[in-house]
Write a protein that binds this ligand. Sequence first.
Ligand code: HEM
Length: 500
Amino acid sequence: MVHVSDAIGREAPLSRLSAAMFTSQASAIAMSMFILSIINYLIKHLLRNFTRQSENDIPVVQTVVDQWTFGSKTAFEFYTTRTPFLKDCTYRYGRAFKFRMGRKTMHIVSTMTASKTFYFNRELDHKEPHFRALVALGSSGDRNLLAIPVHKHFLPSFGRRMSRLEIAQGITAPLYIQLSQQFEHLSPNTHQLSEMIGRTLYDVLSRVVFGNSFPLNTYEDFVTLDDGFNMLAGPWPFVAYSAVRARERLLAVLTEYIKTQEEGKTETASIISSALKSVQSLPFREKAACLLSLFWSIHSNLRKSIWWMTAHLARDPEARCQIHDEISTTLQSFDQDFGSYLRKEPDSMFKEFSTVDSVVSETNRLFSLPGSFRVASVDTELQLDNGRTMKVPRGDMVMFDTRPYHLDDSVYPDATCFQADRFIEPKMDVPDIMSWGTGPHMCKGKVFAHHVMKVWAVALLERWDIETTDEIPELAPASANTIADPAQDILITLHIRPQA
Ligand code: HEM
């Protein structure tokens, strides 16, 4: 038997010693496990969301840590994992709750009664989100300088220039023709969906809206800016280092673009000339930031909504078949190619293809997120259902969450399912979607965004059949813009349609 010396020099058999070591090691492990589980319990306890009822029975979501740190944990969750955070809170606490975000409180409501106050009550100011977006896009955010040009001229100019008439006259035919040309060059094999959409959409929309001379080598910078936008708009913008650099390069490009525009050297859609005229009194940096906000609204929202729409069409052979039939029947009724016809009758794109219209609305129903918030300019009360009210002190924020409404089975039967024909006219027993907001500040790009999605689907499916074996992914938890990001990309296979 091997012997070793113990601590006081006696010789101890190895088996006895190793048994002693084992016992002391086991107790050390047990002790550490015990301490770890206490720490784990404490952390969980400190970070677990719980609620206390405020006056009027409105749950206040908070953690123990939040009580000491002005809501840092709930604010962090709201900024970094907004979609699951709001979903979880709605599930636990219902359709009205609130939480601290620094010195202010955020009030979340999702009842239909509350939506009326949210969208129509003038005491709830809608300007703050615009200033925050502008600052994220490089503006100084100086309210005195920007308030009138931005809210009296720039934003209203969108509404006027993005009407159905203006879109039909200036956008529809070039958009359809350029998309069709791009789709001719796709190869009949498997593509990453985001890649198939990304550049094609960026190039076509930039040319159609900003003119042929717009530099398209800005695509990578746009993607970097878009991916970092939530960080730029949040409380820690310095974290989004590469997005800041991409933004600065884009602002430089837009400044040059504005100078050429002002010299009358390039042609653009009327939306751009009108938008630039509306901010002509501002310094170049501010003009460029305003233009970047228009540029970003167009590209960012559509890039995502078209991704979800194409992904669902690729998963749904019945919907594709219905749309292919609709396209074939409609196009047969014109005695020339559709592009030439659209030049003469652009409004026909609005009138035809009701299944595609339905698919566009269904996509926006399922993938739009609460896109905006308000700040109470005076102490205000929001009416909730059941006669309850929510007090919103001056300076606090309110957000109307459209998702619980869009995913409510009693409003949209089988609400979590994508049903391509849900919004087709004769079946119109479902209410309109809330994705665009409503009232005086309803999305100014609504008609444009819906139309671009529609033209994309018609031009793509006219030439290609598309399919995927990948599952539709979840919403990316950090999504915080009006349209959610997908949690991951999918592969999509293109087959040329025999009749194309
Ligand atoms: C699928 C795409 C889009 C969705 C779901 C969407 C949704 C929204 C929502 C929810 C709002 C806030 C409404 C409110 O606060 O009451 C909004 C505002 C706005 N959107 Fe969109 N949007 C989309 C695309 C676009 C596009 C492409 C443009 C520009 C061309 C645009 C321009 C605007 C503007 C200017 C506002 C501010 C309106 C105001 O405050 O008066 N949107 N949008």
